[in-house]
Design a protein around this ligand. Structure first.
Ligand code: 0WD
Length: 263
């Protein structure tokens, strides 16, 4: 492989990237990195509120199809499948960069989580990966790569992260089960990136988020926070053939914070 080829790790691939809400979204950084590495994109938006931002990004990046998909609605996912299959699209990569929980359940005690809030967070943030993979699997190319975004709150009790931590635990477990299922269907791989805290709209909904950022900057081995571009570079690797024997894995992109014990 020449130096020029190695700079375009996703040349000839098509990647669906969900979860672009605005320019700070992790999905925005991933979409940019994927295009920079030569991929064509399908950018999905949840609803009319986020459509203008996604349209703008698609126009800026070029080679991007825009499609609506609210992952909490089976019909919306089926419509996405219909739209893509009508145009004969094959997907080499799928990025799940979506999460939602009620703001009131992202502060205070986990003990106070309501039944409805629990179901909503798990539905949008974890089940959606299963639904997307099942519906879109017929469009996956051989050796396609699925990447989901998760956070350390899945395996540690992080103050205020609460129900979202439980949803991320379900998401990470789903990554393993989906990897087991889809690996037997054309060698499709499923992995997660556990990103360190990054200032986005979703992150700001978590109580005390700023103190989480400063804790990582003070205590992580690299003495800094990971940024969206760090996550995007790892997402390029996971979508590329360089990671062809990696599946069912959770890759931490958090400046090493997760390895620390007493700090
Ligand atoms: O510190 C962080 N920002 C971290 C984020 C650390 C570790 C992981 N993550 C994860 C999040 O949990 C999420 O899974 O990264 C993913 C992307 O989050 P983000 O980029 O931090 O946040 P944001 O820009 O808000 O994007 C999440 C988007 C939603 O944004 P808004 O702000 O509109 O709620 O998820 C999308 C929506 O665009 N989303 C949906 N998309 C389709 N259907 C739905 C839905 N029902 N609900 C939310």
């Amino acid at each position: 492989m020449t130096a020029t080829e190695s700079a375009h790790l996703l040349a000839g691939k098509t990647a669906l990237v969900s979860g672009v809400a605005n320019r700070w979204s992790i999905a925005t950084a991933i979409a940019r990195a994927y295009r920079a590495h030569g991929a064509s994109l399908v950018l999905t938006y949840e609803g009319e509120r986020t459509k203008p931002e996604v349209d703008k990004l698609a126009q800026e990046l070029g080679q991007s199809v825009v499609a609506q998909c609210d992952v909490s609605a089976d019909q919306s996912i089926a419509d996405l499948h219909g739209l893509l299959s009508e145009s004969g699209m094959r997907l080499n990569a799928l990025v799940h960069s979506i999460a939602f929980a009620r703001k009131e359940e992202l502060s205070g005690k986990y003990l106070a989580t309501s039944r409805a809030g629990f179901a909503l967070a798990l539905d949008v943030s974890a089940y959606s990966l299963v639904a997307l993979c099942r519906e879109l699997a017929p469009l996956f190319s051989d050796a396609a790569s699925v990447v989901a975004l998760t956070y350390l709150g899945s395996v540690r009790a992080v103050p205020n992260y609460n129900i979202m931590g439980v949803a991320k635990a379900a998401l990470e477990s789903s990554v393993r089960y989906l990897a087991a299922d889809l690996g037997q269907m054309g060698g499709v791989r499923v992995n997660a990136i556990s990103a360190g805290p990054i200032k986005t709209a979703s992150a700001r909904a978590v109580g005390g988020f700023t103190s989480i950022l400063s804790d990582v900057a003070a205590k992580s081995p690299l003495r800094r926070n990971a940024v969206a571009d760090d996550v995007a570079n790892a997402a390029v690797f996971l979508a590329s053939d360089l990671s062809c024997a990696i599946t069912g894995h959770v890759l931490y992109v958090d400046a090493g914070y997760n390895i620390m014990g007493i700090t």
